[in-house]
Structure formats: C-alpha cells, structure tokens
Write a protein that binds this ligand. Structure first.
Ligand code: ADP
Ligand code: MG
Length: 365
C-alpha cells in the first residue's frame, strides 16, 4: 500500500504540495528507525532481547505441593527445566521406586552400591549434620519410620519388641561413603526425606541463577528458597505457620537470598485414642516420635540441604541442645515454638520479623 501510494505520487508530481514530500521523508525515516530497533532486538542486546517476565508453576512431587515463581529472562523455560530436574531427583531418591538409588541401597544386602552425584551429596551433607547433632539426624532411622507407618500412611504404634529389634540398625556412623560408592551394613536402610527437599531447592535455585534469574521464590511445602528480592527491591515476606493452628500464620520474616525451612509436628502425624499425637520425626535414640518439647523448628540460612537437615535434627534435640548447637556452630538463624506456646527467635532475625500471633516471643542471644 505504502509503495503504491509513493508510485502514484510520482506519477502526478505537479499536483503535490511540498509538505507532502517532507511527510514522505519523515515516514521513511521512521520506518528505518523501527527496522533498526527490531534488528537490535534480534541481535541479543541484553536490555531489549530478554525482557523481564514473570512465570509461575505448580508441581506435586516428593509428597509435596511445590510452587515455583521466578522473574527474569526466560523464566518460563527455566521453570520447565526446574520441573524436569525435580522429577529426576524424585525418581533417584524415592524409597518406593525400585529404580531409585535409595531402593538399590536399601536392597543391597550389605554390598556396595554406586549412586548418582545428587544422592552422594545428600548422604554426605546428612552425615555432616548427624555428626554435628550427635546423631539426632540419622538417615538410617528409616526402618523405624517405616514401622510407625509413616512411609505408607498406614499408621500404627509398633510394639516395644519391634522398636528394640530395629534400633540396632540405626547408626549413621556405619554408613560408608566413598565418592559415589555407598555401603550399608546388612539390615540397615536409609531414607533422605529429612534433607532431600532442601537439597532439591538448592539445585533448582542454582539452575535458575545460572539461567539469569535474579528474583524468585521456590516453595517446597514448608521449605522456602528465595533468590534476590521481590521485583520492587523489597525483601520477600516469608510466613511461618502457627503449629497450633497451621491454617494461620505465626510470624513473617523479611528474607533476601536465603532459605527458610521448617520441621513441625502438625503436618504428618496421627493421634491415638487418648488424643496423643505421634509425629513423623523419630528420635533415633528411642525409636519413638521425637518428644522434647518442640512443636515447630525453623532454620534460616544459605544452604537448603544444611537447613533442612538441621530443622529435623534440632527439632529432635529440644530447646536447650538446639540453642547450644546454634551458639557453637553459627552460620544459621532459628525460630522454634515450644509445647508451652512460646516462640524463640535468634538475634540475627530480631530486626526482620513481625509476630502476627498472640504468642509471647523471646529473643535468643
Ligand atoms: P518434612 O519432610 O515434613 O519437610 P523433615 O524435613 O523434618 O520434614 O523430614 C522428616 C522426614 O525425615 C520423615 O518423614 C522421615 O522420612 C525422615 N526422618 C524422621 N526422623 C528422622 C531423623 N531423626 N533423622 C533423619 N530422618 C528422619
Ligand atoms: Mg528436614
């Protein structure tokens, strides 16, 4: 159309007002400008070719509702890759899938098994936290987790005999890890449930960061990983559930680039006829659900695997020992809630929390 009009203009020059030619020149200049703009978009100028976009996706994996939210170039493609990675890790770490590394280990009858790098990394990280917490975290507690029915959902109180017969098989010190080669003594079995989601969050966060994402929130059911800040530059507001009424929140935290991981007695548990609650975190020393006065333990730090393992371990240990570990080790912050309905929060969080419950809060220093 445009060319046609120019042609018709040239066919009758004498009738055209000079202003018309100026308009034509201006139109041509605009066209050239537009073309050069779109050319520079295609030439991968970072500012123009990769517009910041928001993407969000949900996935059910590892027995958990997972929500991934990311802002930045290629966010949608990266979240699809993240979902694939989660599915692959779930397959590798499942206790019930006969193709998984964990299944192979648990059915090796004392023989050595070669596992994938992810599996080895989680086992290595878990053993470090077991050492730090005197075995409060022990991935070899699996036969007991299973005897209580927490792996299948067919909950039951095992007999004292059953518990005593299984306890000798719980001892993380007997797990031999040599690079990718793992050996469990005959009869021992492991489960990475206490740290697998934390590790998965780390892997996904790394994948997104490498892909150029500078703002994201990954929620793996009570395990939250953040990248950077919110889009407006303010910290992420991460809510911690009230363990007494989990549909409401206890407090919120301002979080930037950190991981917030909670273990509690309010998500996976069953009650007996007297209303006594049995939760899925097992005290590896007694074989019974952990019962040291804590109902919720949250760890804030940089590394998901460590924070996840610590949240389980310090839940088992109880307030006094958890505080000792925090004071002696450092490198993380914690919030825990006791049975007597008090919140304890370490001083590194003291200027970035809002207590939205009516429970009293004590700051630990
Ligand atoms: P969640 O899975 O709800 O995030 P945790 O991270 O605390 O909770 O992990 C609890 C899971 O870890 C249990 O379901 C069980 O599979 C396993 N587990 C239970 N007790 C222990 C323990 N003392 N040490 C290691 N793993 C445990
Ligand atoms: Mg944990």
């Amino acid at each position: 159309m445009f060319i046609m009009k120019v042609n018709s203009v040239f066919s009758k020059p004498q009738r055209i007002h000079p202003l018309f030619y100026i308009r034509i020149v201006l139109l041509l200049l605009t066209g050239i400008l537009l073309l050069s703009c779109s050319a520079s978009e295609n030439s991968k100028s970072p500012a123009l070719s990769k517009k910041p976009i928001q993407a969000e996706t949900d996935v059910f994996a590892m027995d958990t509702f997972i929500t991934l939210k990311a802002y930045g170039p290629d966010a949608d493609t990266l979240l699809e890759s993240a979902k694939d990675r989660i599915a692959a890790l779930e397959k590798l770490l499942s206790v019930t899938d006969s193709d998984s590394d964990i299944w192979k280990l648990n059915h090796a009858n004392g023989q050595s098994t070669t596992v994938g790098e992810d599996t080895a990394a989680i086992i290595r990280g878990a053993i470090e936290i077991s050492t730090l917490t005197d075995g409060a975290l022990d991935i070899s507690v699996y036969p007991l987790v299973s005897a209580w029915g927490f792996t299948t959902g067919s909950y039951q109180i095992p007999t004292e005999d059953t518990i005593q017969s299984l306890l000798p098989y719980v001892n993380y010190k007997k797990i031999v890890l040599d690079a990718l080669c793992v050996t469990l003594p005959y009869g021992m079995q492991i489960d990475l449930g206490a740290a697998a989601k934390g590790y998965t969050g780390d892997v996904i966060a790394a994948l997104l960061r490498e892909g150029g994402i500078s703002s994201a929130m990954l929620n793996l059911g009570g395990n939250v990983h953040t990248i950077g800040t919110k889009q407006d530059g303010s910290p992420w507001k991460i809510a911690i559930a009230n363990p007494f009424t989990p549909q409401t929140n206890l407090l919120t935290l301002d979080i930037t680039n950190e991981v917030v991981i909670t273990s509690g007695n309010y998500e996976r548990y069953f009650t007996d006829e007297n209303g006594k609650r049995y939760c899925h975190i097992i005290d590896s020393k007694t074989g019974y659900p952990a019962d040291h006065g804590i109902v919720s333990m949250t760890i804030v730090g940089d590394n998901g695997l460590t924070c996840d393992a610590l949240s389980t371990a310090l839940y088992v240990m109880g307030a006094e020992k958890a505080i000792e570990v925090w004071q002696e080790t450092g490198g993380f912050e914690m919030i825990f809630v006791t049975e007597d309905k008090t919140i304890y929060l370490t001083e590194g969080l003291s200027d970035r929390y809002t207590n939205i419950s009516n429970l009293p809060l004590i700051i630990l220093s």
